[in-house]
Write a protein that binds this ligand. Structure first.
Ligand code: CP3
Length: 343
């Protein structure tokens, strides 16, 4: 296997000494770069782009070349898992994902397949192989999947939602059926992450984007056990758990067998460190909207954020994905400030 030249991300994830703090951005692949929009305009839409390995690889590499981040993240989406389980999705322009069919009945749950990544998701695995070849060891490649609870919300709800009350209703009215769905998603996700690793992913992140909509007791019951199964199953590479809004679960997440815990911008890094403990790397957590501020203020806020992580194992990032209308120059300013101030 080819050695990775810039291995800051992997060293930071393992808690090893590093020269400076590594930095990448959630949702860095696409959206903010004109170079992405050009590739995107050459196809029918997001799904065609994600399913064409050469193009998915090209837009994965763009932020490495253009922004100077310390990692690539494979261009795909968390919603490829429901599709591989038998629920295809559409991506509606300016609106987001939509599932023509959703899960409602026992029969629907029985019909769900466990994803077979080598056949159902071979386009992602091929894209990973192309990216690894083209990176040629410059920086590590991050693989990812959605956390079971977040994937469950889309499979029941059929789209994004402000309240996710349909998905939450099922947890109350059909707890056993909910667990069956969550277990099938978990089995599919473990197979998928392992396949990404076999094909070249150097670290994997699990996105629990809607963790914050549940009361703590339900999160412990319907989300954490499945996240734990994933962390226990993946021993090949470091694992990052990002549970957005779930500050109430940080202590339990700190006890899982992951290496890195992602923080959103509502979490205070010092408090988070106390809850998570000393054995994990923390990732985050500048407010994505801070990148709407001036260059000067971005530098100040970035320096302040670094200080709050107190020199303990840290991977710099935003507290959630970068927004599509952020000026790429502001993103560069953030990245350069991390490199300068953490050195
Ligand atoms: O990080 C990266 O850049 C890699 C690619 C990536 C995408 N989606 C590409 C994408 C990743 C890691 C995701 C994860 C994802 N997708 C999450 C978890 C992270 C988060 O933001 O909380 C979620 C909840 C989704 C579901 C999803 N996909 C939504 C709600 C939408 C529509 C709104 C939006 O964010 O644009 C998408 C579409 C999507 N996924 C786009 C991209 C580049 C935009 C589609 C386009 O180009 O038209």
């Amino acid at each position: 296997m080819k050695m990775i030249q810039n291995d800051l991300l992997l060293r930071a994830a393992q808690g090893k000494p590093i020269k400076r703090t590594p930095v990448w951005l959630m949702r860095q692949a696409g959206r903010i770069l004109p170079e992405y929009r050009a590739v995107r305009a050459s196809v029918s839409g997001f799904i065609e782009l994600a399913q064409t390995p050469e193009l998915a690889a090209e837009v994965t590499l763009q932020p490495v070349d253009i922004l100077g981040v310390d990692a690539a993240i494979i261009f795909s989406d968390i919603l490829v898992i429901p599709e591989a389980m038998g629920l295809p999705y559409e991506m509606i322009e300016k609106k987001g994902p939509h599932f023509p069919e959703v899960i409602q009945t026992v029969q629907d749950v029985q019909n769900l397949r466990i994803a077979d990544p080598e056949t159902d998701l071979s386009y992602v695995l091929q894209a990973i192989e192309i990216v690894k070849k083209e990176l040629d060891g410059r920086v590590p490649l991050i693989g990812f999947a959605g956390a079971p609870f977040t994937i469950f919300t889309y499979m029941v709800e059929g789209a994004g939602s402000k309240t996710f009350s349909k998905a939450r209703k099922m947890l109350y009215q059909e707890p056993e059926l909910s667990h069956q769905i969550l277990q099938k998603i978990t089995d599919s996700t473990i197979a998928y992450l392992k396949a990404q690793i076999r094909h070249g992913a150097d670290l994997v992140q699990v996105f629990d984007s809607w963790a914050g909509i549940l009361p703590p007791a339900q999160y412990s019951h319907f989300a954490l056990p499945y996240l734990r199964q994933i962390c226990d199953a993946i021993n090949e590479v470091p694992v990052t758990v990002f549970a957005k809004g779930a500050y109430f679960a940080l202590e339990e997440i700190g006890q899982m067998s992951c290496q890195t815990v992602g923080l959103d911008w509502n979490m205070n890094p010092k408090t988070a460190r106390k809850l998570v403990g000393e054995n994990k790397t923390l990732q985050g957590n500048l407010d994505p909207c801070a990148l709407y501020d001036s260059f000067d203020n971005i530098r100040k806020m970035t320096r302040q954020m670094l200080a709050e992580f107190e020199g303990k194992p840290h991977i710099a990032n935003l507290g959630h994905g970068v927004y599509p209308d952020i000026d790429p120059e502001k993103v560069k300013c953030f990245i350069e400030a991390i490199k300068e101030f953490s050195n």
